[in-house]
Design a protein around this ligand. Sequence first.
Ligand SMILES: Cc1cc2nc3c(=O)[nH]c(=O)nc-3n(C[C@H](O)[C@H](O)[C@H](O)COP(=O)(O)OP(=O)(O)OC[C@H]3O[C@@H](n4cnc5c(N)ncnc54)[C@H](O)[C@@H]3O)c2cc1C
Length: 466
Amino acid sequence: MFKISNNNLFLRNGSKIAIIGGGPAGSFFAHFASRYAEEMGIDVSIKIFDIKSFCQRGPRGCNMCAGVISENLFNKLEEEEINIAQYCVQRKIECYYFQMQADGVLLHHPVSGHTPRIVTVFRGNGPVKSLHEGNISFDDFLLNHVKERGVEIVSEVVKELSLPAKKGDSVKVIYGSGDSRNEFNADLVVGAFGVNTGMMEKVGKMGFGYKPPKTVRTCQCEIMLSPEYIEKTFGNNVFVFALAKEKLKFASITPKADYVTVSLVGKTDLTRNNLIDFLNHPTVRKLMPEDWEIPKSFCMCISKIPVTYAKHPYTDRIVILGDASISRSYKSGMESAFNMAKLSAYTAFNHGVSGRAFMNGYFKPAKRLLARDNLYGIIMLKINDYLSSQKQIANTNIKIIKSGKDKKTAEQINEILWNMLTGNRPYKEILYMAMNPRLVLKMLPINTFAWARQKKDDVSAWFKRN
Ligand SMILES: Cc1cc2nc3c(=O)[nH]c(=O)nc-3n(C[C@H](O)[C@H](O)[C@H](O)COP(=O)(O)OP(=O)(O)OC[C@H]3O[C@@H](n4cnc5c(N)ncnc54)[C@H](O)[C@@H]3O)c2cc1C
């Protein structure tokens, strides 16, 4: 165990915690902070600052994501007695449909007979023109949960932070709307402000070493369809597309009750044009009603996703978590926020709020858990990109799953793809599954043959073109 030098840097009765951001990272931290304070018998005051009102419809009231609650997160929430309210649940997901260039395949949970506990939600109060009553926002549900645990929600924006002149003193949080500048002295400041805010750059300039993660701009939209049409065409399945489009890393269509959420993540920044391009792709058009046209105006957002992790997201009395710090690449961001909130809150209550405590208790384990695994993720995503860009290889693998002739191999490929798409297992484990000697021996000759066919096709196509 590590040692903490400054006895002043501990939470005690009367300590004040300021959380900047009421997204999942902020709410989960508040949940764990109130739980650990209760367990330790200390009385702390916790405030979450967020100007966003999750009662609003459209991007203004939304933290912009596909809204898939992974099975791991679902189970962890249940363990914490956070039972997602039924009014938030848009759809219970059973399978993933993986659509490659020419063909697609339905992937199921690797444990036969197990119904996955994956649900879809809206982060905000639904798309701009949605017709439901009441508030269905998942982020609002989480805020209400922590409110019930005594956390105060302050509907104001945090403008800046000011480090103490004397080591060990509290951090000044400056907040307020318009020109107002209110001050709050906090014994701990939690930066859960995500990556779609100028706060990252402001904290980066504070001089304690924080460097925000690199990000790319993603593109999303909500498409209204009748519940009957969604049920018939998409069912309880998330559709993931690997269409070998150069700019796209992946694309997905997530079914909700009377909407589908289209999410595109690119290798570089995406724009509305990429979205239109995707919606016009013949494979995607086939999934839409026959007379469907891209609406002139629809609920759409460009939001950022982190592609690296932050440097030094901590100092005395400040810890940064969620997307603004470190998370799993391209998968289950809300689950990463949960894990990191738990780790950092545990550290704050058990080992203190010094930079050193956060380095040893939070950031080093976080890097071991996520940063290393993300390197395996990069390898897996590159392999996946390559295989899905080679039509013949992609088709061969899909045929193996579909035909059911070689059940064992089909199950092995299904398990790899299922875990890649759902994020249910760490990337390292998925890579090891893909390196299984039986699978490699079986697939190497088949894929080599498919690769040769692909090259032959490429050469004939070249001759045709020239
Ligand atoms: C296209 C796309 C699809 C995704 N799909 C999924 C998915 O299906 N499942 C999943 O688990 N994850 C998904 N993610 C990732 C997920 O959205 C993030 O990992 C998650 O929202 C991170 O939570 P957070 O609390 O760190 O940040 P955020 O959710 O961004 O919350 C940050 C909050 O801080 C507030 N804030 C910012 N600055 C200030 C300030 N100065 N003062 C006060 N408040 C402030 C904001 O208003 C916001 O409410 C997706 C991401 C993208 C881009």
